[in-house]
Design a binder for this molecule. Sequence first.
Ligand code: HSE
Length: 402
Amino acid sequence: MINVAVLGYGTIGAGVVEVLQTNADSIEKKAGDRIVVKRILDLRDFPGDPNQDKVVHDYKIIEEDEDIQIVVECMGGLEPAYTFVKTALLQGRSVATSNKELVAKYGAELIGIAKEKKANFLFEASVGGGIPIIRPLTQCLTADVIEEISGILNGTTNYMLTKMEEEGIAFDEVLKEAQEKGYAELHPEADIEGYDACRKIAILTSLAYGKQVDFEDVHTEGITNISAEDFQYARQMKKCIKLLGKSWSDDGKLYAMVCPMLIDHYHPLAGVKDVFNAIFVHGNMVDDTMFYGRGAGKLPTASAVAADVVDCVKHMGTHIKMIWEQEKLPLSDFGGFERRYFVRMPKEVSLESVEKAFGAVEPVKVDGIEETAFVTGVMKESDYHKAADQFDDILNMIRIDA
Ligand code: HSE
């Protein structure tokens, strides 16, 4: 029998307990051992909950309980999650977590401790919720040089963009609706400003290249500037707007960013709607692959955490090698990358003045919108900004995915 402690009995923690208990027999067959949730750490009490007797309020009780072999961390945030996880690993326990902040910041260090202690630090649920993406990157695609990762990594914003696209609803209205449905948080900045996707692309890029990509280095823009008009233009151009977390190598340079982008209707990510997530990975041998599913939610996320617990059980006393060194992997200057840009300006701005600054452009007209809108030629980001700085009335700019 393997005893597990679950830290945090919120949505995901309760989901992990539910998965491990509901599927206990099937999981036992796959893990080769019975997995039992022995203790749950939470500041709250849960009267009436079938697991209320397992709830403790002090981590020391779990730390000192020698029967606990695996710790599941679903508290979120950096502290006290980092201290508890590090303590557990230093004790030789394996840890499974869904906490992307923790993994993005301390993943390399915690994997190193797990390796030293012949234990495991697994975090499949930290990116893409229930979608298998960490194992594919670290196990199935290791024969490839990864040339591109493009992900719809945030369910809340994908839901909002889908609503705006399909129903023509304005940003503020759709945010309110997403909050009412419980998809968006009361304080939605982490999602709508792209911070959540930023941590996720930093994790994936670190794993793809084996070194630390600091999320602070990833150029990040959210979706707060995207309007109903932008979707009208997108439709006209046979494109859709998605918040992408992207990293890619080009000419020996590595880039990463999070921003809304215009992608072609036939791109595999274009069909990813509502709260679903997907991660498109291009390897130099395997070519294009895509991983799709529910990127958030109680049971999908818990399913991935519980599967990590199973893997910990299957590898008791053995470290599953995962290469993520603490050495920093510098990202190349984003300003040097070339692409096309869709730009909207007031109708008073003449195409002549636009072309003087940007070079030849393709105008885009939408019936009923009186603006000067156009797509630039391929130009460096830094050159785009030099040209754009000559105008003080740009309504919006959206990058076009190559
Ligand atoms: N807020 C996140 C999302 C939850 O909307 O995708 C999963 O990390």
